[in-house]
Design a protein around this ligand. Structure first.
Ligand SMILES: [Zn+2]
Length: 277
């Protein structure tokens, strides 16, 4: 299956702690994207308005993917979001539905969305075992093994909050020295960052056989030189957009991406998209 052909655009939403991204990706026909800063207090009309603008470009009845940093409860409300506490209880699913678009929304944790996007952007061989590490306001780690996106736990139960045994900082998840706490240390310098990445890389290699480590997210830019020097690690070709793309692709194809590829024009264009907008 080729995703993102002009007649079958990909529609994605990414709700992160710093930015909300809305996109229609459509092969050689071009893309339409909207980026809004994530407000401290959520407003239904912000989300519905942006989605309505984009979804009109997709076909009626399209499938749209939602990547989100917070966990949702069974009814689609935000269960907990330490980075944006005033969003707790906000009905995200209802906000998207209120755009009035006849779209089926498939929602995934941002770790899952990011690794799917990186897999499609990177053109990896189907048997590669890849970890995508998204460094934004928080941290997300997703895995794809032999072309199948893995369930790695939502929010505080995900890989980003496994205890690494590094440092003594307590994370918002309550654990001391988890991966996110280690990466969030404001005293972190290049050598410290490289040491954490090397330890995380070795743990994921031992536990899951991961051999390729891709860094996405806005904060990855800060460490781009360091990442390039660490064996097995690369910076995403589209660090701000892989989660939006991945969510859109998962909505259309499901988690088995072995026989899925991106439209070449779309892939080439996204691979040049290093900027935030
Ligand atoms: Zn944690």
């Amino acid at each position: 299956m080729i995703l993102g052909r002009p007649g079958r655009p990909l529609v994605g939403i990414d709700i992160g702690a710093s930015a909300m991204r809305f996109a229609v990706f459509s092969g050689s026909a071009g893309d339409r994207t909207i980026v809004r800063p994530t407000p401290a207090v959520p407003r239904r009309e912000d989300i519905a308005g942006a989605f309505a603008q984009l979804a009109a470009m997709g076909k009626s009845g399209c499938r749209a993917g939602l990547s989100r940093a917070p966990g949702l409860d069974a009814r689609g409300r935000i269960a907990d979001w330490p980075s944006r506490p005033r969003w707790r209880g906000f009905d995200l699913a209802a906000a998207i539905r209120s755009a009035g678009i006849a779209a089926t929304i498939a929602d995934v944790d941002d770790a899952v969305a990011t690794v799917a996007g990186e897999y499609l952007l990177g053109g990896f061989a189907p048997d590669r075992r890849i970890a995508a590490i998204s460094l934004g306001t928080g941290l997300a780690i997703g895995l794809i093994i032999d072309g199948i996106v893995q369930a790695t736990g939502d929010g505080a139960e995900g890989l980003a909050h496994r205890a690494l045994g590094l440092g003594d900082r307590r994370c918002r998840c309550g654990r001391i020295g988890c991966v996110q706490a280690a990466f969030a240390d404001p005293r972190l310098d290049d050598d410290g960052f490289a040491a954490i990445v090397a330890l995380l890389r070795d743990r994921l290699r031992d536990a899951y056989g991961v051999t390729a480590f891709v860094f996405a997210g806005g904060r990855a830019q800060r460490w781009r030189g360091t990442i390039a020097r660490i064996d097995g690690c690369t910076l995403s070709p589209a660090p701000f957009w892989s989660a939006t793309l991945g969510a859109a692709a998962l909505a259309c194809a499901g988690r088995d991406l072995r026989s899925v590829a991106l439209d070449e024009a779309l892939r080439d264009r996204l691979r040049r998209r290093r900027a935030a907008t």
